[in-house]
Design a protein around this ligand. Sequence first.
Ligand SMILES: [Zn+2]
Length: 421
Amino acid sequence: MDKKIINGLVAEYENGTFKAVQKDLYVIDGKLSFSGDDSEYEVIDAKDRLIMPGLINMHTHAYMTLFRNYADDVSFDEWLFKRIMPVEDVIEREDAYWTNLLGMIEMIESGTTCFSDMHMFEGQSCKAAKEAGVRAYIGRGLVGDDIGGDGAGRIGEALRERAEYECDTIKFVLSPHAIYSCSEHFYSQVAELAKKEGLLIQTHLSESVFEVESCYEKNGISPVELLDRAGFLENAVLAHCVQVSDKDIDLIRRRNATVVTNPASNAKLGNGIAPIKAMREKGVNLCIGTDGCSSNNTLNMFREMSLLSLMHKGVERDCTFLSANEVLTMATVNAAKALRMEGKLGIIAEGACADLIFLDLNAASLFPNNDVITALCYSANGSEVASVMVNGKMLMKDKELLTIDRERVYSEVRRIAKKYL
Ligand SMILES: [Zn+2]
């Protein structure tokens, strides 16, 4: 049934600014409207709630909840090659379904309604996202030298699963892993295929000094230049971009690519802090991601927004840099732009997707509501999220999860952790 949401304070976005306005909302066929008719509506009373667009986590690996706090405070090599990858090599398909669902519980509870994922068992991610009701852009993690080799199997599988799972809320993305696991030729082939199939593309790029130095040694150019030469940069979604030069940033802007910054992951793995100021000045579309739970170690976008703003204010010694409004824009409006959903996602507007989160304005961390917009960046920690709606459907109501059986997921993940870790 269509819904009428009354008595709520709504975080509207107008002329580049979020502001809180008291108004009623209608949800008709999963889309938002500011006016209704004589039809019968299910009424949702949002008294003492701030309603805002759900947050969009633009880079994660949801299934990696399995690895939460499994390999902390060790070297990058130890972390990736000795601890994570050996388990990834043997993990069974079905198990990834349960660890994905755990990720979705965490996302829903902390106000994320849409995420962009990269994973090898994308069918399991789709299945979990569909059941949970979360909006997802699922990327098949790809590695290889040639699409005709190992890639063919993986890409073929991805395209078959696309036909099976793609729907209103689940979209497919092609995701070559990184320049050290995919050849330049491979990137070219994937870019061509994506164009042909009308698919989004994403990859990890310029994450560490090691990656950039090895690329110069091997190719004489930077990772960003390499992907441009491969024809992959145009409209691509690029995770990390920590170690990029001014020349790289110009290229990223020229090709209309999006950068997803992952401040917690980059700091935790000792990879550095992305040059957000330079990217912002050059007009790059900037979004936020948490990365996976093994390098963050949470999928909480409220924490990520706060960390991003505070970290860069400190680095730039400028307390006006990366305002709460700008960070919120990155986590909503800019993400929608990267997903080619501008005006339809990440915003409360006539005809936009009804992906909303309802925060409890009586939570001690938000009280006394002096500025409910800046509070979202500097005070909220995600625990204030009381209810969550995606595509007009309630996924959590007054803290009660409606689509996922938490006890079952915990018991399965406990079993799986015992098996591998
Ligand atoms: Zn990643």
